[in-house]
Design a protein around this ligand. Sequence first.
Ligand code: THU
Length: 158
Amino acid sequence: MQKNITITYDVFDRLEDLSPEDRKLLDAATQAAKNAYAPYSKFHVGAAVLVENGNIVVGNNQENLAYPSGLCAERVAGFSASALHPNQKIMAIAVTAFSENFLTDTPIPPCGACRQSLIEYEIRDNQPMRCILRGSTGQIFVFKSIADLLPLQGKFLA
Ligand code: THU
């Protein structure tokens, strides 16, 4: 027997094509990327998390001379949102990045460890977390759930 996993996501060519809510969240992530601490990789990632009551919590990558001690933007934002709003479901996350060395014209998907950390909240909240991804320019990918990025782990697997 074989089974098949299919992932469906929306692709938008322009920021203007996004809903106002998604646009606002991606704008917040774009601002957050500017404040990343990325002196080693020169790769500046911004994330913005929307919680149920409408608050937006941002994060950005925080690097360290001892490399593994740093943290990705997605986890900084997700952990902060859970710390600041422990009783609020996490509804969505937007992520963007720019490099000092090359053009990021494709969406920046979260790393495996971030997917694992984020799906924890999706399961905790029984709430799919919308995921809006973009480089510094180019297309925008919108996933309905972190489970779409981490098949077999989440309970939202269709
Ligand atoms: N980084 C993130 O913050 N999020 C991602 O999705 C990819 C990678 C950070 C980690 C490190 O500070 C830099 O980008 C280069 O990998």
